[in-house]
Design a protein around this ligand. Structure first.
Ligand code: PD2
Ligand code: ZN
Length: 294
């Protein structure tokens, strides 16, 4: 992903240098804030060169300020978005009204009530049951798939648009999060038995992994996720967001949406499926890509 240097960042670089902060320290703060090292280095060099040309090389001895503009402020890609302006209690998802239960801005997380009817939940479970296999995870090291010990569920993927039910749910999600159906991966269904979990992870593909460029050829990065709860385990099985101490309870028909505008931990979208303590858990996940996912 290309990061674009903003005027705010240039201004901040000048302020740090004027305040006596060494370039190395400025660079470190930028990388910590989520800027790619090469982008940060180039921005630093160019901004300081231009600034010194204008003003000469005088420096004050003021103390070094702490933080680069946070990674939240950096130029980012467009992401799926739910229309929450005006704080609506309900959202029109086309063929159904959906409730807003919780909305968080940083990270962008929205818990939705009644995204699916109970019949739709059962329909997804029954259609997936004969096709379940131990869950694989996209392997960013190679671009292939692997058995992942952090993910002890069984799962399967529907093809996009493969049945009336799948098409209906895909259209509903697309309308709700303002993102084309064509940019979505096929819905995945996961079944967790007692003790099964999905350890905290990011849904975007790690740009540092060698297999990632291959994965990104098909639709670019993931930029949003909707996890839909198809049943209710008696205990455990919530979706956790450790960075913000949030746990979303698995309630049949409800869903949690979150988006991430860059593949960086600064998005605070670390999340996991907590171990199921009693009963079993069924979820359906829809991941959205930057571009058309063929
Ligand atoms: O099942 C969940 O709660 C869960 C948690 C984290 C699902 C996913 N991630 C996922 O499908 O990416
Ligand atoms: Zn996930």
């Amino acid at each position: 992903m290309t990061q674009t240097v903003t005027p705010e960042l240039r201004q901040w670089i000048i302020e740090q240098s004027t305040a006596g902060c060494m370039p190395e320290a400025v660079l470190e703060a930028m990388v910590k804030a989520g800027w790619q090292a090469d982008v940060a280095e180039a921005a630093l060099e160019q901004t300081l060169r231009e600034h010194l040309q204008k003003l000469g090389a005088g420096r004050s001895a003021a103390p070094a300020p702490a933080q680069a503009p946070s990674s939240r402020e950096m130029a980012t890609v467009r992401v799926p978005e739910i229309a929450l302006a005006g704080s609506p209690r309900q959202l029109d998802a086309g063929d159904r009204m959906v409730e807003v239960i919780i909305s968080v801005t940083q990270p962008r997380v929205v818990v939705l009530g009644g995204l699916l009817s109970h019949e739709e939940c059962d329909g997804l479970i029954e259609a997936s049951r004969p096709r379940l296999a131990r869950s694989l995870t996209v392997q960013t090291a190679t671009g292939g798939e692997e058995l992942n010990p952090d993910r002890t569920s069984n799962g399967m993927f529907f093809n996009r648009g493969e049945s009336d039910l799948v098409r209906r749910i895909e259209a509903r999600i697309a309308r709700l999060v303002n993102w084309p159906v064509e940019n979505g991966e096929g819905i995945q269904v996961l079944n967790y038995k007692v003790g099964a979990e999905y350890k905290p992870h990011y849904d975007y593909f790690d740009p540092a992994e060698p297999g990632t460029p291959t994965i990104l050829k098909r639709g670019g990065q993931r930029v949003g996720t909707v996890v839909m709860y198809l049943n209710e385990p008696a205990r455990g099985g919530g979706t956790t967001f450790p960075d913000i101490g949030l746990e979303v309870a698995p309630v049949r028909g409800n869903a949690v949406f979150f988006s991430y505008n860059r593949p960086h931990p600064g998005t605070l979208t670390l999340h996991g499926g907590a171990p199921v303590l009693e009963g079993e858990k069924w979820v359906a996940t829809k991941w959205m890509r930057e571009r058309v996912f063929e």
